[in-house]
Write a protein that binds this ligand. Structure first.
Ligand SMILES: [Zn+2]
Length: 374
């Protein structure tokens, strides 16, 4: 994060906030703050909030600064196994508009063509600073490539280059969990603690993990960190695509859940559980227990301040988070205060859109004034 990033982050965290308070929070000089603020104002990233200013009195009035949630936006793309989500988000990470595009075909060209077409329509709504893409599998954030996504059948797909060529926007790509961990650090319910150390566990059709210490999300020299799809978890009995049984992803993937339930799709199953359907509830709680065992392993391995789980049950089905936490407590040896450490995602109904958007927003908050912003 550069000094402009520090100022923008301070305005996000404390706004409406006086320039003098930004100086204290960032330990930058008043002159630096003034220069940076002018640049951020001219780019539409922040605005002055006269409505929040104190009563006029003696001395120079201080007009507080806030994030400008109206002027500019980013586009967040999430590529899931059955569909893509394309969304417009403001600088506070809030979803302005989102669209779900079922894949006509799963080959990269047809998926990315459709995504580019939707981006073309969304860009008319706001001045767009860039595009972020989140997906599962092995994602190389440095080159913007999906190295391997077995469930989609993708290998070495240059997603950033392809979408950038089609849309003329800068495009960044990252894995589900790394993207969502960044979102938690920027906008999450326990953002302050997540910036100290955090683990994120994503369980959709694919399962992946990210961890961060000192505010930095670990990528690994091959961008391969976080692959837990084939983590062996006691109690998993489904056969996995890798040929073994006991793999976490095979046991808890949404496809497995939907297939077992006989429901048409995950949303129908969530709705049934919310309406009290015993079979649907049973399936979600069983899954929460398996995810909880994996979370317990991660908790013991990393001992993070915060462990965030993005999983449809914990987020939306009554008492599932309690089941998951109880399982973590039963299987973890670290003696952590589970209710304090283990949280469901801060973005329960917009998790896919936020994942994509966070990939772009993270770069804006790191270096907001760099010429190619993301
Ligand atoms: Zn496996």
């Amino acid at each position: 994060m550069d000094s402009a990033g520090a100022v923008l982050r301070a305005v996000l965290d404390h706004g409406p906030v006086a320039r003098s308070s930004v100086a204290r929070a960032t330990r930058l000089s008043a002159a630096s703050i003034s220069g940076v603020a002018t640049s951020l104002l001219s780019r539409g990233l922040i605005r002055e909030a006269p409505e929040a200013a104190g009563r006029p009195g003696i001395g120079r009035p201080t007009v507080p600064l806030v994030i400008d949630a109206e002027a500019v936006a980013v586009i967040g793309v999430h590529i899931a196994v059955p569909h893509a989500t394309v969304a417009l988000l403001d600088l506070r990470g809030r979803v302005i508009e989102q669209h779900r595009e079922p894949h006509a075909g799963r080959d990269p060209a047809s998926v990315l063509d459709r995504v580019a077409e939707r981006i073309g329509r969304l860009r008319r709504r706001r001045r767009v600073l860039g595009v972020g893409v989140a997906t599962g599998g092995w994602v190389d954030a440095v080159t913007g490539t999906v190295v391997e996504h077995p469930a989609l059948g993708w290998r070495d797909v240059p997603v950033a280059a392809t979408l950038s060529r089609a849309t003329r926007f800068p495009v960044r790509v990252d894995s589900n969990s790394r993207a969502l961990l960044r979102a938690e650090q920027l906008f999450g319910a326990v953002a302050g603690r997540a910036r100290q150390s955090a683990v994120h566990l994503f369980a959709g059709n694919v399962v992946d993990v990210a961890f961060a210490t000192g505010g930095v999300v670990h990528q690994g020299p091959r961008s391969a960190a976080g692959a837990v799809a084939h983590l062996n978890v006691e109690g998993c009995t489904e056969r996995c695509s890798c040929g073994r049984t006991g793999c976490l992803q095979a046991a808890v993937s949404e496809q497995t859940l939907v297939r077992r339930s006989g429901a048409t799709d995950l949303l129908a199953l969530v709705t049934a559980a919310q309406e009290g359907d015993a079979r649907a509830l049973g399936l979600f709680h069983e899954r929460a227990r398996l995810v909880g065992r994996a979370a317990a392993l991660l908790l013991d391995l990393f001992d993070p301040e915060v462990l965030v789980v993005a999983e449809a049950g914990a987020n939306r089905v009554p008492a599932c988070l309690a089941t998951l936490r109880a399982e973590v407590a039963a299987w973890s040896a670290a003696g952590a205060d589970v209710a304090r450490v283990v949280h469901a995602t801060s973005f329960p109904t917009t998790v896919l859109a936020v994942a994509g958007g966070a990939v772009a927003l993270d770069h804006i908050y790191a270096q907001p004034l760099s010429p190619a912003r993301i």
